[in-house]
Write a protein that binds this ligand. Structure first.
Ligand code: SF4
Length: 329
């Protein structure tokens, strides 16, 4: 049984209240951040298309006065987001046997479990889903039948949105189905321990423990995201049998310096998180200003070699536009 004591970050903070207090529209962000008068209408338009979502915890990590603050740049809309892009850059719809599932590689199924996130990352390649009032459980019967029919699937990735924002009963239903159909590897893609660490509470830990071993793929981009609260969440997850690895998106102005990446990857490793992927930013709408050219990304990887422990060195990779899958760079 999980030990829900000590550093469990859920203690004393009501995560539902934190979630409800998140900034979720232009009026909310305008109360905190200063925008130049000539930008306001365009930022309002960005918010209509792709609303912001910022938890009080993540907000507390930002320097509100600095428009170039690397945490602010990830979450606060800017006028640059009016540039075009591909709605579905990874062609997930083309590999979708039914809504909310993506079957691109023979042995792996991705379940888009919810469209709720604890943050709306401005570079997200699934930002098309943010405003859809769709929930995975309308597809439950289809998922069950599909997994029973496709014995070749041995690896299930539960992503979103963020699976740690699903109702716990629904999350348990998926985990239990996965074990029933003998899925060997279960991965959960999440940014919640970074932006809402209090959500990693006793109820969630108790739910996860019987399904261990589980892999947690943590999305984290900057060393300032490596808080004590995140450390507590990682420790609590590890105690219930979760192995935690990280995924980082290479982003202009946020983590495109070797020193920043070295501090991030070494900091993760010292928390017990294995840096797994450094991803090229996908060409979703409004993301051109975030993208770092591949050659520059390769130079950064070279600069990191020898500077960080081998264990802290991630794969540099991109998803080929149009559904070609992941390639190493
Ligand atoms: S947490 Fe993940 S799914 Fe949610 S907005 Fe950020 S990148 Fe997209």
């Amino acid at each position: 049984m999980a030990l829900c004591v000590g550093k469990s970050p859920g203690l004393g903070r009501n995560w539902r209240l934190e979630l409800a207090r998140s900034l979720q529209d232009f009026e909310g962000i305008e109360r905190v951040f200063h925008f130049r008068p000539h930008e306001k209408e365009r930022i309002k338009e960005v918010c209509r298309r792709y609303p912001p979502f910022i938890t009080p915890f993540f907000l507390s990590l930002m320097d509100h006065r600095d428009p170039q603050d690397p945490l602010r740049l990830q979450a606060v809309p800017t006028v640059y987001e009016l540039s075009p892009g591909l709605d579905d850059p990874l062609a997930e719809e083309a590999f979708s046997p039914f809504s909310h599932a993506v079957h691109r590689y023979p042995n792996r199924l991705l379940v888009v479990s919810t469209n709720l996130c604890g943050i709306h990352c401005r570079y997200c390649f699934r930002k098309r889903n943010w405003s859809k009032p769709t929930f995975f459980f309308s597809q439950w019967k289809k998922l069950e039948a599909y997994l029973y029919d496709h014995g070749e699937i041995t690896d299930l990735l539960i992503s979103g949105g963020d699976p740690f924002l699903m109702p716990v009963a629904d999350l348990e239903r998926i985990l239990s189905l996965a074990r029933r159909v003998r899925i060997k590897v279960i991965r959960l893609g999440t940014r919640i321990p970074v932006v809402l660490p209090f959500r990693i509470d006793c109820a969630l830990l108790r739910l996860l423990e019987p399904y261990a071993p589980l892999w947690i793929c943590l999305h984290v981009n900057h060393p300032r995201e490596l808080t004590d609260e995140l450390g507590g969440a990682v420790e609590a997850l590890s105690k219930v049998g979760c192995s935690v690895v990280s995924q980082t998106v290479l982003l202009r102005g946020i983590n495109d310096q070797a020193d920043t990446l070295a501090r991030l990857f070494m900091g993760l490793l010292s928390m017990g998180v294995k840096p797994y992927y450094l991803f090229q930013c996908d060409p979703a709408p409004g993301t051109d200003h975030f993208r770092v050219p591949v050659e520059e990304g390769r130079s950064l990887m070279k600069a990191l070699w020898g500077r960080v422990s081998g264990l802290a060195y991630p794969h540099y990779a991109m998803d080929l536009p149009g559904g070609g899958g992941k390639v190493l760079l």
